[in-house]
Design a protein around this ligand. Structure first.
Ligand SMILES: [Zn+2]
Length: 437
């Protein structure tokens, strides 16, 4: 019979080029199609973060980000004052501080009296960032007066990030990177960058970056945190010239940012929200769990946890046991939450913003190509793509067009008895999806 033969040919033709099938492919919001992202980050490079907390994180296979003060690590550039002789500045300080000499004096004051006058620098910075310039100048005047008259520079502030027990080495940090953690810069000496003059500010930023690059490699210079969670515009403008990303401020159009001091409920409609929450000594497990839970209800939320002291060393300390309880809770949600380093989440968001995915169905195969305008040296994290399969496909294989390797994928059922397939692709690569039995 002629008719069946003819209709069979037609049938073949229509499955291969189904007019109703458009091979639609999207880049999903979070890696592996999770509902939200969580980053666990630690500041100040305190010894217990490494010796007590990392074993717990490793046991649970959770990555974290550690912002370290490089001047504390043997082999790195030490804190130093860049400028005119300190004795000259001290002599001139009989004349009151003005907006002309404020930054030089505020940069220098921490280097007198064996560093014991650093508190005047820190307080001046705090005041300036609150908009109290006059008060900031007065603090510098007070400090210099004490130094000139030879009185010991009375400091009431405890400097939490300075201690003798932080003995971490570059080799230790290299090991933590090999475990899957991120190491980032927290400057050379943890100053209030806002009151440093340009030379000293850039020394703090660039020396720290150069040491990290020298000892840990360029990859570890991707993200940084400027001390005291500052968002002071002059500091942010300088720091973003040195580091591709800052936990302080991301400067991404699609990302609304709520810092760890923010009392606002982050309900913005932007594509992404970076929601920072600080874990303090008194923060309860219930509250910490509620942050994770609420991030699952709003699919644009990236919860960035900020932790300082551990087991009595550092600011606002938590015990390892408390942290372990919380990390186990996060782990229990891992089927829905993408737990990743700060750098990886930034890369994912930026790659997704800049990538273009093209897919078409031809001769029974789906061809997908992912292109990006970003520098591949930094941006080579796989994005997760999701492709709707033709109606009668219940299994499929994905092959990397360049290497011929099979890419692992997850099949998820969609509406109308069709399936979607979810798989990773690095920007710049192309893949082919074929039906399999
Ligand atoms: Zn800090």
């Amino acid at each position: 019979m002629i008719i069946p033969f003819f209709s069979l040919a037609l049938f073949n033709c229509s499955t291969k080029n189904d007019p109703n099938y458009d091979a639609s492919t999207t880049i999903v919001k979070w890696q592996n199609d999770k509902k939200s992202a969580v980053t666990i980050s630690f500041d100040d490079g305190l010894i217990n973060q490494f010796t007590s907390t990392i074993p717990v994180l490793n046991q649970l296979q959770l990555p974290a980000t550690f912002y370290v003060i490089t001047g504390k690590i043997p082999g790195a550039g030490k804190p130093k004052f860049i400028g005119r002789p300190l004795a000259d500045i001290l002599k001139e300080s009989v004349s009151p501080t003005t907006s002309e000499n404020f930054f030089e004096r505020a940069s220098a004051i921490g280097f007198y009296d064996e560093g014991r006058a650093i508190g005047y620098h820190t307080r001046a910075g705090e005041l300036l960032e609150r908009g109290q310039e006059e008060a900031a100048m007065k603090v510098i005047d007070d400090g210099f007066e004490i130094l000139r008259t030879g009185k010991p520079s009375k400091i009431n502030d405890i400097i939490y990030h300075v201690n003798d027990v932080d003995t971490t080495t570059w080799d230790d940090l290299k090991k933590y990177i090999a475990d899957g953690h991120e190491i980032g810069s927290h400057t050379v000496s943890h100053p209030r960058l806002s009151v440093l003059d340009s030379a000293n500010m850039f020394y703090e930023l660039i020396q720290s970056k150069n040491d990290i690059e020298r000892y840990l490699g360029k990859e570890a210079t991707f993200s940084a945190e400027c001390p005291y969670g500052t968002e002071y515009p002059r500091v942010m403008e300088a720091a973003r010239l040195v580091y591709p990303s800052l936990r302080n401020r991301l400067f991404n159009e699609d990302v609304e940012e709520f810092n760890r001091g923010s009392q606002e409920i982050p309900l913005a409609n932007t594509e992404y929200i970076q929601w920072q929450r600080g874990i303090l000594t008194n923060t309860t497990e219930d509250v910490m769990e509620s942050w994770v839970d609420s991030s699952l209800v709003h699919n644009n939320r990236w919860l960035v946890l900020v932790i300082h002291g551990v087991d009595g060393i550092g600011w606002e300390s938590k015990s390892t046991q408390q942290l372990e309880t919380y990390f186990k809770y996060i782990k229990s949600k891992e089927d829905q939450v993408w737990v990743a380093t700060f750098a990886d989440v930034v890369k994912y968001i930026r790659e997704r913003e800049n990538a273009k995915v093209e897919s078409f169905f031809d001769n029974g195969q789906i061809k997908i190509s992912l292109s990006s305008t970003l520098d591949p040296e930094w941006y080579h994290l796989p994005l997760t793509l999701k492709t709707l399969l033709p109606k009668n496909w219940e299994k499929a294989t994905i092959t990397d067009n360049e290497t011929g390797e099979i890419i692992s994928s997850t099949l998820i059922s969609s509406e109308n008895e069709t399936f979607s397939i979810v798989y990773p692709v690095i920007p710049g690569k192309s893949v082919t999806i074929k039906k399999s039995n």
